[in-house]
Design a protein around this ligand. Structure first.
Ligand SMILES: Cc1cc2nc3c(=O)[nH]c(=O)nc-3n(C[C@H](O)[C@H](O)[C@H](O)COP(=O)(O)OP(=O)(O)OC[C@H]3O[C@@H](n4cnc5c(N)ncnc54)[C@H](O)[C@@H]3O)c2cc1C
Length: 406
């Protein structure tokens, strides 16, 4: 089998890249070791994603957003508070324009929308389950062999195969990584009063506790999604509680402003850590999203960084393909790495620093946190920079993030 781009890994990142490339007719093969049904199982992932405004535009260019837009809940304001300080920050979208900061989308709905979009694209071939066996790369081409013996020859191979990336390992690319002594609990809760599109982040000693606005259930019940970070032993104890006791813990952390709250559906846990690849490229190979970088979910930015990788790589590939040039040569790979490195390294550092600053009981750091929160709140230009970051609109932006076609 011959293709222009081979993408290994059909997670939220790999499937978006395939849809973006397929939407402009670039021949693309997308493989995943798991069958699609397994990834769509509601029990497989209990998370939602805060899709920033910039990322929404990338999904629009890929023809995916149109399939989830009516089930995505806009974020009109973001409120940040600290358990140990009266200082708080309130971001209102009207300070930077008409658009919401982003939207909260159920991960499984996003996956379903991606698969539906890929089925519409004749340029994309999806093979799953299909595990990568060997990958040979020379300056002329890349050749992948799958476990069932299928051979795929491509100009460019993209590793979108997550933190443990086989593609990254096969190229001998080293990573910098560490684990946090923290686990994220993800779940959904119902509540009596509407959330009015407000996202809340409350910093507790165990880590951040986020309440993210979801669309109402079909029967009109209001819902929010929760990302609750705790020490691993505490997280284990919390998810072992019965539903009523767990709901009481939620109520204590959320407060009264949403009325009575209750757990709705399952509970999932995710151990947390950081990973950053020392290089994003090698001969005929590029890494995107968690194969290249994974961060703490403190600011809901992990996949948003991945969407900017996708927008950048897709733009470079499409521009070369339109001129009839090789899309996997060293110039494309060099441009891709140069373009993405600064944004990704900055977010790895910022999210790590924020987590260390806020997730503790240190008296010395308490004052610093309070001063920092009130300073950012008072200095209008600084506040606007933070808001544009949350919208995914800072730095050198590829054209699909700016809302222009690929
Ligand atoms: C609690 C929590 C909340 C989060 N909230 C947000 C948020 O609000 N906003 C945000 O932007 N980010 C968020 N994130 C981060 C986000 O979930 C991840 O960045 C994203 O899911 C990574 O997607 P991916 O496609 O890169 O990797 P993965 O989801 O890991 O997908 C990798 C795919 O590759 C496949 N694969 C692996 N190896 C092979 C192989 N050898 N051959 C073939 N296929 C292979 C796997 O089967 C899988 O389908 C959150 C993370 C956590 C833990």
């Amino acid at each position: 089998m011959q293709t222009t781009v081979l993408i290994v890994g059909s997670g939220l990142a790999g499937a978006t890249l395939a849809a973006a490339l397929g939407s402009v007719g670039i021949a693309t093969v997308l493989i995943d070791r798991d069958p699609p049904g397994q990834r769509l199982d509601p029990k497989a992932d209990g998370r939602t994603t805060a899709v920033s405004l910039g990322s929404r535009r990338v999904l629009e260019a890929a023809g995916v957003w149109q399939k989830v837009a009516d089930r995505a809940s806009p974020i009109w304001s973001i409120q940040i508070s600290d358990h140990a300080s009266p200082a708080a920050m309130d971001y209102d979208h009207r300070d930077v324009g008409e658009e919401p900061f982003g939207h909260i989308v159920d991960n499984q709905l996003l996956r379903r929308a991606q698969l539906d979009r890929l089925a519409e694209l004749p340029a994309v071939t999806v093979l799953a389950p299909a595990a990568l066996d060997t990958l040979e790369r020379t300056p002329a081409a890349a050749t992948a062999r799958l476990a069932d013996g299928t051979e795929i020859r491509a100009e460019l191979v993209v590793g979108a195969d997550g933190r443990g990336s086989t593609v990254r390992r096969s190229a001998g690319i080293e990573v910098m990584s560490w684990r946090y002594n923290q686990t994220a609990i993800a779940c959904c809760m119902s509540h009596e009063r509407p959330h009015n599109g407000v996202a809340l982040e409350h910093f507790m000693p165990g880590g951040p506790f986020a309440v993210l606005p979801m669309i109402d259930r079909e029967d009109g019940v209001h819902r929010s999604s929760i990302v609750w970070t705790e020490r691993p032993d505490r997280a284990k104890a919390m998810v072992a509680l019965d539903e009523a006791a767990f709901s009481r813990e939620l109520q204590w952390r959320v407060g009264d402003h949403l009325g009575r709250v209750a757990l709705s559906g399952g509970r999932w846990t995710y151990p947390l850590g950081v990973l950053h690849a020392k290089r994003y490229t090698d001969t005929r190979l590029a890494l995107i999203s968690e194969a290249a970088h994974a961060i703490h979910p403190i600011a809901g930015q992990g996949l948003n960084m991945g969407f900017r990788d996708i927008a950048t790589l897709a733009e470079l590939v499409v521009d070369r393909a339109r001129l009839g040039l090789d899309v996997g040569g060293p110039d494309v790979l060099k441009d891709y790495e140069r373009w993405r490195l600064f944004d990704n390294v900055s977010l790895v550092a910022i999210t790590d620093g924020l987590n260390r600053l806020f997730s503790n009981r240190s008296l010395a750091l308490r004052g610093l946190r309070g001063a920092g929160l009130s300073a950012v709140g008072r200095i209008a230009p600084l506040k606007k920079v933070f808001m544009r970051h949350a919208m995914g609109l800072m730095g050198e932006l590829p054209r699909s993030v700016r809302g222009r076609p690929l």
